[in-house]
Ligand binder design. Structure first.
Ligand code: HEM
Ligand SMILES: *[C@@H]1O[C@H](CO)[C@@H](O)[C@H](O)[C@H]1NC(C)=O
Ligand SMILES: *[C@@H]1O[C@H](CO)[C@@H](O)[C@H](O)[C@H]1NC(C)=O
Ligand SMILES: *[C@@H]1O[C@H](CO)[C@@H](O)[C@H](O)[C@H]1NC(C)=O
Length: 327
C-alpha cells in the first residue's frame, strides 16, 4: 500500500514536471548519479574559452541551433568526414567557413571522459554549453533537460535544407521552423540570439548592393547604417570580413537585437523580415524590444523546446567517446 502510493506520487510528479517543455525522456537530473559533476565541468571549460575569446559564447550557442535543425539534437553536426560513411555537416552551406567552436566541445569531452568515461553524450554537451554561453554573456538561465544520445550518422542535405538561409523569405524561414515542430514565438525569440556574435560580409552583401536583382540596396535597411557597412563590405572581395550582429552591445546578451530591428538596423535580411513581413511577428519584435524580461523568459522556454527536437534516447544511437567520430 505504502509502496503503491509512493509510486503513484513519483509517477505523477514525473508526469507533471515533464510537461509541457521537456520531452518525456529527457531530464535535468539525468547525470545526477552517473556523473554528478558533469555540468560543473562543462561550465568551467566554457568559462575559460569565453574568457579567452568573447565571441566563443556566440559560436557555441549557434552550434545547438545548427545541430538540432539537421536530424534533431544528436550531435550529428560534430562528426568529421569519414570516407565511405560520413559526409560532414561541417561542409554544408550554413556551416562552411562559419560554424566554429568544435575545439571547445572537444576540450569539454576530454574532461568529461576523464571524469566519467563514455557517460555524457556530445549532444548533451552542446545543449549545456549553449546555455552556459547565454548565462556568461548576461542572458537568462534555465535547467537543461538531458539524456540525449549521439547519432551514428550525419546528413549534409538535412543541414543544407533544414537550416534557414539569411536571404530566405519570411515564409520559407517560418516553414523550416514548423517542420521541426517550432512556431513563430520560438522563431522570433530565438532569433534574439543575434544579440551576440558576428556575421561575414558575404551573408548580407546582397542587401547592400542588389537586393532584388535591380541593382538597388534593400530599402528596409537604414541608409546611414548601410553606408557604414559598405565601407568594410565591398561589392566584391572581403567576403570574410566580420561585423557584429548587434552593433550596439555586441558582447552582451540583451534585447538590443530587437531594438535595432525596429529602426531598420537588423543586419541580416532574415532579421529585418521578422518586422516587415508579418504583423504577428512584428508584434513579437516590439514586445521583446520593450522588455528584456519578457524576451528572456520566452527565450529560455524556446531554447528548451529547440533542444528537445527529435533526441535519440533509450538504446538509440550511442554515447560517443570522441565527438568527431562514431565509436
Ligand atoms: C531564423 C533563422 C536564422 C538565420 C537565417 C540565421 C543566420 C545566421 C547567419 C547568416 C549568421 C552569420 C554566419 C556567418 O556569416 O558566418 C548567423 C550567426 C549567428 N547565429 Fe543565426 N540565424 C538564424 C537563427 C539563429 C538561432 C535560432 C540561433 C540560436 C539559437 C542563432 C545563433 C547565431 C549566433 C549566436 C550567431 C553568431 C555566431 C558567431 O559569432 O560565431 N541564429 N546566423
Ligand atoms: C568532406 O569531404 C567532401 C568530399 O567528399 C568535401 O567536399 C568536404 O569539403 C569535406 N568536408 C569537410 C568539412 O572537410
Ligand atoms: C541567396 O543567396 C545565395 C547565396 O549567396 C544565392 O545563390 C541566391 O541566389 C540568393 N537567393 C535569392 C532569392 O536572392
Ligand atoms: C543584380 O542582380 C541581377 C540578378 O542576379 C543581375 O542580373 C544584375 O546584373 C545585378 N546588378 C548589379 C548592378 O550588380
Amino acid at each position: 500500500m505504502a509502496f503503491s502510493l509512493s509510486s503513484f506520487i513519483i509517477v505523477s510528479f514525473v508526469l507533471l514536471t515533464a510537461t509541457p517543455y521537456s520531452s518525456a525522456s529527457l531530464s535535468p537530473h539525468y547525470y545526477d548519479h552517473t556523473c554528478p559533476r558533469a555540468q560543473e565541468i562543462v561550465k568551467s571549460v566554457v568559462t575559460k574559452a569565453v574568457a579567452k575569446e568573447a565571441r566563443m559564447a556566440a559560436s557555441l550557442l549557434r552550434l545547438l541551433f545548427h545541430d538540432c535543425f539537421a536530424q534533431g539534437c544528436d550531435a550529428s553536426l560534430l562528426l568529421d568526414n569519414k570516407t565511405g560513411s560520413i559526409v560532414s555537416e561541417k561542409g554544408s552551406n550554413p556551416n562552411r567557413n562559419s560554424a566554429r567552436g568544435f575545439e571547445v566541445i572537444d576540450a569539454i569531452k576530454s574532461a568529461l571522459e576523464e571524469e566519467c568515461p563514455q557517460t555524457v553524450s556530445c549532444a548533451d554537451i552542446v545543449a549545456v554549453a549553449a546555455r552556459d554561453s547565454v548565462v556568461l554573456t548576461g542572458g537568462p538561465n534555465w535547467e537543461v533537460p538531458l539524456g540525449r544520445r549521439d547519432s551514428k550518422t550525419a546528413s549534409i542535405s538535412a543541414s543544407n535544407n533544414g537550416i534557414p538561409a539569411p536571404n530566405n523569405t519570411f515564409q520559407t524561414i517560418l516553414n523550416k521552423w514548423q517542420q521541426v515542430g517550432l512556431g513563430l514565438v520560438d522563431l522570433v525569440s530565438l532569433s534574439g540570439s543575434h544579440t551576440i556574435g558576428f556575421v561575414r560580409c558575404t551573408s548580407f552583401r546582397q542587401r547592400l548592393y542588389n537586393q532584388s536583382g535591380n541593382g538597388q540596396p534593400d530599402a528596409s535597411l537604414d541608409n546611414a547604417y548601410a553606408n557604414q557597412l559598405r565601407t568594410n563590405c565591398p561589392k566584391s572581395g572581403g567576403d570574410n570580413n566580420l561585423f557584429p550582429l548587434d552593433y550596439v552591445t555586441p558582447r552582451r546578451f540583451d534585447n538590443y537585437y530587437f531594438k535595432n530591428i525596429l529602426v531598420s538596423k537588423g543586419i541580416l535580411n532574415s532579421d529585418e523580415v521578422l518586422f516587415t513581413k508579418s504583423k504577428a511577428s512584428a508584434d513579437l519584435v516590439k514586445k521583446y524590444a520593450e522588455s528584456n524580461e519578457v524576451f528572456f523568459e520566452q527565450f529560455a522556454k524556446s531554447m528548451i523546446k529547440m533542444g528537445n527536437i527529435s533526441p535519440l534516447t533509450g538504446s538509440k544511437g550511442e554515447v560517443r567517446k570522441n565527438c568527431r567520430r562514431v565509436n
